[in-house]
Write a protein that binds this ligand. Structure first.
Ligand code: NAD
Length: 545
């Protein structure tokens, strides 16, 4: 592999957000994805590892199932052994020297081509895999797996072009330059189940900047991750640049974090797992060739607060869409809300009416608004919270669970009078929204409660028509959310429009799909060239008077 000979300051194609297709009855995209879904349900691929461009089958096989139909096996996948992970870290480290020497535009071409393949020939495959494997409706899949993933690939190229254009000034006789090098070694990319696009972004953002990756996808998103890897290979990604190693998380992490060549971690997932990786890197810090860059976007306890001046129906829609789309399994999902007494009857009744109307079931039936939660473990965890609410709070709507065919949890609205109740503090990661109703006169006190109730600070929204209330919320909640919404639901960030990430226990806030994130995957080299170097060591001030 080598870079293209080229002279010219290249202008990259401008990034635009991929338009979301409607999938309305009669549309061609609906026919395409339905045909692909029907075919994929029969396929059950055997998913290999990919190390240095070679497919590897270890024989240690796991099964992936559809969350909404857990008897249905969607794929089998080979789990990485310790030796495989070791080989992946070595392949990535070796590939980095060559890949990092490519011009950044030649690397960008791979991801721009990947984005175009994704939005054309691969669109129905990636969408169908996300629907079957992760139980997303076609709309939820389209905004994630097709649009957001393409946006990550296209916008990161644009942001990289802005970043590499940042060059130092030069005085007379000197030329100063910045060389944006990839990180020496490899980046360990660990992705969650809930967004196919995050799986596509975590290893490719470092790769665009000249780093290489060992990618461990979530076992619960293996089908879409497998097709993402195939697509990247078809786009021309050179061998060894991204190495695909699904497997037992502890086995894979043990080897990856033990490597002297670990140059960074690009993680999205729960706070507890990220903390354990950080701790491990910290205690082993002397082992590594460089200080690993540690980037993690983690949990959330996202809020919606309404002021008495808010419009009740806008609040109710914000709550229902924000809390229940993708079964509440977005890191940004609304899971606690604070509503004034005067507004509560209208907000509650409208939300409950919408919840009655929501259809939940197999995502093959496009009339459904919700599918199932991801797996048995999630089902058990969410059910535990609902059992707690039955004892210690009031369930106003939903509350039921059914695991006979799939991992189904009804959209649930709970009310509590205790602002410190655990369902207002802990991340549940399911379709469960807990409401705290406050006295209209206690707006300022309630803002303080919102700010101090949970350790997270990912997303949050304020609904108000009174501009002073909006100002006060902006100020009081400044550190309570990395993505803050005014009169809108707290989910649905779009690459290039609302760079995403939170602070406090929600992560390092390196804003996925932005220049701030790309900065983490480059190690700048400053070069000073002096055109006519001095030949006398003495300075003028040393002359005799
Ligand atoms: P998870 O932490 O269970 O898993 C994430 C990844 O880490 C998976 O690949 C998993 O296999 C791996 N993993 C698990 N244990 C590990 C270990 N000991 N060492 C190394 N890797 C390990 O999270 P999940 O259930 O896949 O995703 C849901 C979580 O992700 C929620 O907490 C959610 O808030 C968070 N999330 C955050 C963002 C964000 O941008 N802040 C985005 C999406 C998801």
């Amino acid at each position: 592999m080598s870079s293209t000979p080229h002279t010219g300051v290249r202008r990259i194609p401008p990034a635009v957000n991929e338009p979301i297709k409607s999938y309305a009855p009669g549309s061609p995209e609906r026919a395409d994805v339905k045909a692909r879904l029907a075919a994929m349900e029969q396929e059950c691929p055997e998913i290999p590892l990919v190390i240095n461009g070679k497919e590897i089958r270890t024989g240690d096989i796991a099964k992936a199932t559809s969350p909404h139909k857990h008897a249905h096996v969607t794929a089998t996948w080979h789990k990485a052994t310790t030796a495989n992970v070791q080989a992946a870290t070595e392949a990535a480290t070796a590939a980095q020297r060559e890949w990092g020497s490519w011009t950044w535009e030649d690397r960008a071409a791979v991801f721009l081509r990947a984005a175009d393949l994704l939005t054309t020939t691969w669109r129905s495959t990636i969408n169908a895999a996300t629907m079957l494997g992760q139980s997303k409706t076609i709309f939820q899949s389209e905004i994630d797996a097709a649009c957001e993933m393409a946006d990550f690939w296209r916008f990161n190229v644009q942001f990289a072009s802005e970043l590499v254009a940042e060059q130092p000034i030069s005085g007379p006789g000197v030329w100063n330059q910045t060389d944006y090098r990839g990180l020496e070694g490899f980046v360990y990319a660990v992705s969650p189940f809930n967004f196919t696009a995050i799986g596509g972004n975590l290893p490719t953002a470092p790769a665009l900047m000249g780093s290489t990756a060992v990618w461990k996808p979530a076992g619960t998103a293996i089908l879409s991750a497998h097709y993402t890897m195939q697509l990247l290979r078809e786009a021309g990604l050179p061998d060894g640049v991204i190495n695909f190693v699904p497997g037992d998380a502890n086995t894979v992490s043990d080897v990856a974090l033990n490597s002297r060549d670990l140059a960074g971690v690009h993680f999205t997932g729960s706070t507890a797992v990220f903390n354990s990786m950080w701790k491990r890197i910290g205690s082993d810090v002397g082992r590594y060739k460089s200080y690993p860059r540690i980037v993690g976007e983690t949990g959330g306890k996202d809020f919606i607060i309404a002021h008495p001046s808010a419009e009740a129906s806008a609040v109710a829609v914000g709550l229902v869409r924000g809390a229940f789309e993708y079964q509440g399994q977005k890191c940004s999902a609304a899971s606690r809300c604070y509503i004034p007494k005067s507004l509560w009857p209208a907000v509650r009744d409208q939300a409950l009416a919408m919840m009655q109307d929501i259809r939940m079931g197999d995502v093959n039936d496009f009339r459904n608004f919700m599918g199932a939660v991801i797996d048995k473990k999630a089902f058990g965890r969410i059910k535990g919270y609902l059992d707690d609410a039955k004892q210690n709070a009031t369930i106003l709507g939903g509350g039921g669970c059914d695991d006979s065919k799939g991992w189904f949890v009804e959209p649930t609205l709970i009310q509590t009078e205790n602002p410190g109740y655990r369902l207002l503090c802990e991340e549940i990661f399911g379709p469960v929204l807990t409401a705290y109703v406050y006295d209209d006169a206690k707006w300022s006190e309630t803002l303080k409660i919102v700010d101090e109730t949970s350790p997270y600070a990912l997303t949050g929204a304020v609904f108000a028509q009174d501009r002073n209330a909006v100002h006060e919320a902006h100020h009081a909640l400044r550190n309570a959310a990395g993505n803050f919404y005014v009169n809108d639901k707290c989910t649905g960030a779009v690459v290039g429009q609302q760079p995403f990430g939170g602070a406090r226990a929600s992560g390092t806030n390196d804003k996925a799909g932005s220049k701030l994130n790309l900065v983490r995957w480059t190690s700048a080299r400053t070069i000073k060239e002096t055109f006519n170097p001095p030949t006398d060591y003495r300075y003028p001030f040393m002359g005799a008077e």
